[in-house]
Design a protein around this ligand. Structure first.
Ligand code: GLP
Length: 240
């Protein structure tokens, strides 16, 4: 596991360069994408690089980690909306190549074939992750099996509180989500994780220093052969 500490601007640029290199080396790369505020700088850099002609996403295929159950893709807090708004609408990607788990309709059936769908494209070449303050990745909360594939997840109370900042009221935050599992994530060939701010310090210390345990879902990354943790000073502050 590699760890890189820098400012939010620096780590966002470094991760964006990893994505640009990946896509320039393999134009039909399969990218694993995440939502949350942490990757926003990375996506802004990718939009800029695409506009400058430094990278093209025309042949790229993407898979997102998760989606709230109960929100239509047009809801402004759905992860489909987030991805369109912050990335897909601003780059030359073919929307048909972008996969986000569904939160309504046939969401269970769609989720049940998600891992097979990823495998049919040859697997994820490069996956970006954020991390929850409780150590969750995607919506795999503490206690989730390390063997999990895409499934329905119950959000932890702390996650509902953390994510309520983006909703009008905490009562509007969905309590369930569809999420890629921990095994689904570990199947990615290369993983980068971004963590920004004090609120992530405990989770990052547990990920880097702590034992591998299902109590800290992100700690499964200790077993991945190609993972880099990018943190700002605040998120890194409790690492020994
Ligand atoms: C949500 C998402 C995660 C994300 C986490 C942290 O719970 N399901 O994928 O990593 O929030 O979000 P943020 O980057 O906004 O702190």
């Amino acid at each position: 596991m590699k760890v890189i500490v820098g400012t939010e601007k620096q780590i966002s640029e470094l991760i964006a360069e990893e994505f640009i290199k990946q896509v320039n080396d393999k134009e039909n790369s399969v990218l694993g994408l995440a939502t949350g505020t942490s990757p926003l700088g990375v996506y802004a850099n990718l939009v800029e690089a695409n506009k400058e002609g430094r990278v093209s996403f025309k042949k790229v295929v993407t898979f997102n980690l998760d989606e709230y159950i109960g929100l239509e893709g047009t809801h402004n807090q759905s992860y489909r909306y987030f991805m369109n708004d912050n990335l897909f609408d601003h780059i030359d990607i073919d929307k048909k190549n972008t996969h986000v788990l569904k939160g309504v309709g046939d969401y269970l059936a769609y989720g049940a074939q998600y891992d097979a769908e990823i495998a049919s494209f040859g697997g994820i070449d490069l996956q970006i992750l954020g991390i929850g303050s409780d150590g969750h990745i995607a919506f795999n909360e503490p206690g989730t099996s390390f063997d999990s594939l895409t499934h329905v997840a119950e959000l932890a109370e702390s996650t509902i509180v953390d994510n309520s900042r983006l909703f009008n009221d905490i009562s509007e935050v969905p309590t369930k989500a569809m999420t890629m599992g921990l095994k689904s994530i570990m199947n990615a060939k290369k993983i980068v994780l971004i963590a920004i701010g004090n609120n992530k310090a405990k989770a990052i210390a547990a990920l880097i220093n702590g034992p591998k345990t299902e109590k800290v879902p992100a700690s499964i990354l200790q077993d991945h052969p190609d993972v880099t943790i990018y943190c700002d000073e605040a998120a890194y502050s409790l690492v020994k």
